[in-house]
Structure formats: structure tokens, C-alpha cells
Write a protein that binds this ligand. Structure first.
Ligand code: HEM
Length: 190
């Protein structure tokens, strides 16, 4: 079985736990919770992505990973939010190798898949778009219209992951991915 399939299978429970915790599609998820969620993602990703970049500098550029931070910055400004205190090493997955960085990156890039549902939902529910507070959740969906700053397509990303991580290092990647889901869940819960 390929690593990308193992990741999907072995982190499905962690994905579900995060999805349930966030509850972003429920009527109870109001503007106040949306604003807190953006602040949470902003602080977490600003701490996590430089760590990934340290171990995967070339890939980081190829995949336009900076787009996530740029979009979260835009949302913070558009919604006039004060940044949350930065996440520290204790709040993040353990990343000390390229294999672990791939695991975290799997979660970061894969999260854009859910945005196909969440982006249009927030647009309609909160009457916002990429310029007014929904750059992070709507960004890839909007970008896919003109392919601008979209990043790599998911099937290509999965292929890259399967080629780049050697079999011996796969457990490290899977553990890091599971830790990324779990630490993000705890961080957003705080
Ligand atoms: C309420 C919130 C969420 C919903 C409704 C949701 C929904 C989805 C859906 C429908 C897919 C499958 C898309 C497809 O196969 O085309 C998916 C995949 C994925 N999501 Fe989420 N998601 C949510 C939150 C998140 C978050 C917060 C993260 C991580 C930060 C995340 C990470 C992933 C990953 C890594 C995949 C890829 C799974 C695979 O390997 O196929 N999701 N999500």
C-alpha cells in the first residue's frame, strides 16, 4: 500500500476528531467562532510552517506553501483581529526530519480539500469572500478558477509524497501527521 493511502487510513480517526471538534458546518458555528478559528489557524500555521520549511525548503517553494500564511494574514487584517499568542514547540508535532515534515505537510495541504465544502459554506453563511475574511478557507477554491497561486493538485502532491519518503521512514511520517491533527485540535480547543 502506498504511503498516501496509509496516511489516509491511519489518520482518518484523527481527521474525524478534528472535524467534530471544529463543527464548522453546524448552525452553532457563528461569526464569533469563525473569528476565533481564524486566529487559531493563524497562530498555529505561523509556528508550524517555518518548521516544515527548515526540512523541506525546495518543496515548500514548489508547493507555494506560503500561500496559507499570506491568506491567514489577509483574513486577520480583513476581520481586524488581534493575533493569538504564538504556538510553541509544545503545541506542535515533533519535526526533526524531512520524513516528519512530510507528515505535517500532508495535513496542511490535505486540509484544502475540505475547503471545497467549507469555502462556499462560509461565503454564503457569513457573506464573506477572499477579500473580506475568507482568503484561507476560500483561497484554493477561488484560485482554481484561474489557477493562480493554487499550489499543487492533490493527486500530484500524493505522488510526490509517495516518491520522496523512503519505506523505512514511513512510520515517522504517519506519526507526525497524526500528531499534527491532534495538536491542531488541542490548539483550536484552547
Ligand atoms: C469541518 C471541517 C472539515 C471538513 C468538513 C473536511 C472535509 C474533508 C473532505 C470532504 C475531505 C475529502 C476530500 C476529497 O477526497 O476530495 C477531506 C480530506 C482531508 N482533510 Fe478535511 N475537512 C475538515 C477539516 C480539516 C482540517 C481542519 C484538516 C487539517 C488541518 C483537514 C485535513 C484533511 C486531509 C489531510 C485530507 C486528505 C485525506 C486523504 O488523504 O484523502 N481537514 N476533508
Amino acid at each position: 500500500m502506498s504511503l498516501s493511502l496509509k496516511l489516509r487510513e491511519q489518520t482518518a480517526t484523527a481527521h474525524q476528531a478534528l472535524e467534530t471538534e471544529l463543527d464548522m458546518l453546524s448552525p452553532a458555528f457563528d461569526v464569533a467562532r469563525y473569528r476565533e478559528t481564524i486566529k487559531g489557524f493563524h497562530a498555529y500555521m505561523h509556528a508550524l510552517l517555518p518548521l516544515i520549511k527548515e526540512f523541506l525548503p525546495g518543496v515548500f517553494d514548489v508547493l507555494a506553501i506560503n500561500r496559507h500564511l499570506q491568506r491567514l494574514d489577509r483574513d486577520l487584517t480583513a476581520l481586524q483581529l488581534q493575533p493569538r499568542v504564538a504556538a510553541t514547540a509544545n503545541d506542535l508535532p515533533l519535526i526533526n526530519s524531512a520524513a516528519q515534515a512530510w507528515g505535517a505537510l500532508y495535513v496542511v495541504e490535505g486540509s484544502m480539500l475540505g475547503n471545497r465544502i467549507l469555502g462556499p459554506h462560509f461565503k454564503q453563511h457569513f457573506a464573506i469572500d477572499s477579500d473580506s475574511g475568507c482568503a484561507y478557507f476560500c483561497g484554493d477554491v477561488d484560485a482554481s478558477k484561474d489557477d493562480h497561486h493554487k499550489g499543487m493538485r492533490w493527486p500530484e502532491f500524493r505522488n510526490l509524497l509517495d516518491v520522496k519518503v523512503i519505506v523505512e521512514a514511513e512510520p515517522e511520517t504517519i506519526t507526525a501527521a497524526a500528531q499534527t491533527f491532534e495538536t491542531l485540535r488541542l490548539w483550536l480547543h484552547a
